[in-house]
Design a binder for this molecule. Structure first.
Ligand SMILES: CC(C)(COP(=O)(O)OP(=O)(O)OC[C@H]1O[C@@H](n2cnc3c(N)ncnc32)[C@H](O)[C@@H]1OP(=O)(O)O)[C@@H](O)C(=O)NCCC(=O)NCCS
Length: 146
């Protein structure tokens, strides 16, 4: 498995993954727009030509915000999500990054487990942040030592 920069060759498959995972999925067009966005860093996990999953974030003035991380169900539980998240952390840390943060549904045990395993801590709760279904969002943050 390799983690590589997301390209136009991946976006159709990743839009399918978004639809599988989320009630407000990113479209192929929205994903494509991030390829050349200098503030964005989107990566794809691949095994040969097979797309396993992806993750993406935006960074402004050393503050990195993870938009999404997702792995196709058949490839979950084998370290793909961890590798994607670690790649985002490594990038966020570079160039004197301050922190990396995200929101996650309060009931999303696998994702909360993943972020906690990588050192993210719960920094707060956004009440009813999510819709369809309505749910609180946990803010999870990993601060980098200066
Ligand atoms: C969350 C998600 C990306 C995890 O991907 P994954 O490839 O299965 O995760 P990994 O195999 O790399 O697991 C890494 C760590 O995450 C945690 N984890 C993963 N699945 C878990 C589960 N079902 N329950 C609890 N912890 C879990 C564990 O700490 C695990 O480490 P370990 O294997 O040493 O125990 C995947 O479940 C997914 O795509 N879910 C749907 C989309 C989603 O909810 N994304 C997050 C939006 S904020």
């Amino acid at each position: 498995m390799e983690i590589i920069r997301m390209t136009a060759a991946h976006t159709a498959k990743l839009a399918e993954l978004e639809t599988l995972c989320f009630s407000e999925p990113w479209s192929e067009k929205a994903l494509s727009e991030e390829i050349d966005n200098p503030a964005a860093y989107f990566v794809t996990a691949v095994e040969g030509d097979t797309v396993l999953g992806y993750g993406g974030m935006h960074t402004v003035l050393g503050e990195s915000y993870i938009d999404n991380i997702a792995v196709f169900p058949e490839y979950r539980g084998c370290g793909v999500g961890r590798a994607i998240t670690q790649a985002l952390i490594d990038r966020a840390k570079a160039d004197d990054g301050l922190f990396i943060t995200l929101e996650v549904r309060a009931s999303n045990t696998p994702a909360i487990g993943l972020y906690a395993a990588l050192g993210f801590e719960t920094a707060g709760v956004r009440k009813r942040f999510y819709t369809d279904p309505e749910e609180d969002g946990l803010i999870m943050t990993l601060s980098f030592q200066r």
